[in-house]
Design a protein around this ligand. Structure first.
Ligand code: SF4
Ligand code: SF4
Length: 166
């Protein structure tokens, strides 16, 4: 199966259904959550969204877009076991964040990470976001739909963005 920027969410979630809950990926980092996930997790844990974010989540910025993800157990460290990893299992499996549900450890891992970036972090209306994304394209070949010309159709606007004028 080929993952492109426009691969539907339900397709990538199907790939994630194969997660065997081995806890391996969760020992090193955590996945980003949508606001809908935050609501579901707070209801699941019986805390307010504010309490949840303060106690268990951290805000991160990628391609000039902010999202939340679970903190690691290593205070202040970017990499380490996710706070929700208990006895090598996800303690919020039923409501875990979207990025944890899309199957990043499958053979499509890199493409799925790019799919997530393109659909949740790269903002085609924000020049800074596009410039930061442009910066990583030197190091990786984008999935289909992830070239700059696919994201910003107007050549003139794209040039302005890359020149820092938009
Ligand atoms: S997604 Fe993570 S927890 Fe699930 S099988 Fe892959 S490595 Fe294990
Ligand atoms: S929320 Fe669950 S699945 Fe996601 S990184 Fe943490 S322990 Fe792993």
């Amino acid at each position: 199966m080929k993952i492109t920027k426009n691969t539907p969410l339900k397709t990538v979630l199907k790939i994630g259904d194969n997660c065997e809950q081995c806890g391996h990926c969760c020992s090193y980092s955590s996945g980003f959550a949508t606001e809908e996930d935050i609501t579901k997790i707070s209801l699941h844990l019986g805390v307010t969204e504010n309490e949840l974010k303060k106690k268990y989540f951290e805000e991160k910025t990628k391609f000039n877009t902010k999202m939340h993800r679970p903190k690691t157990k290593k205070e202040g460290k970017q990499y380490g076991p996710c706070v929700f990893l208990k006895n090598k299992k996800c303690s919020i499996h039923e409501v875990k964040p979207l990025q944890c549900r899309i199957g990043n450890c499958s053979e499509h891992g890199d493409a799925l990470n790019q799919w997530f970036d393109l659909n949740f972090f790269v903002n085609v209306n924000d020049g800074k976001s596009i410039r930061e994304y442009w910066g990583v394209l030197n190091a990786r070949k984008p999935i289909e739909g992830g070239e700059l010309k696919d994201l910003v159709k107007s050549k003139e606007r794209l040039k302005k963005m890359l020149d820092g004028e938009d």
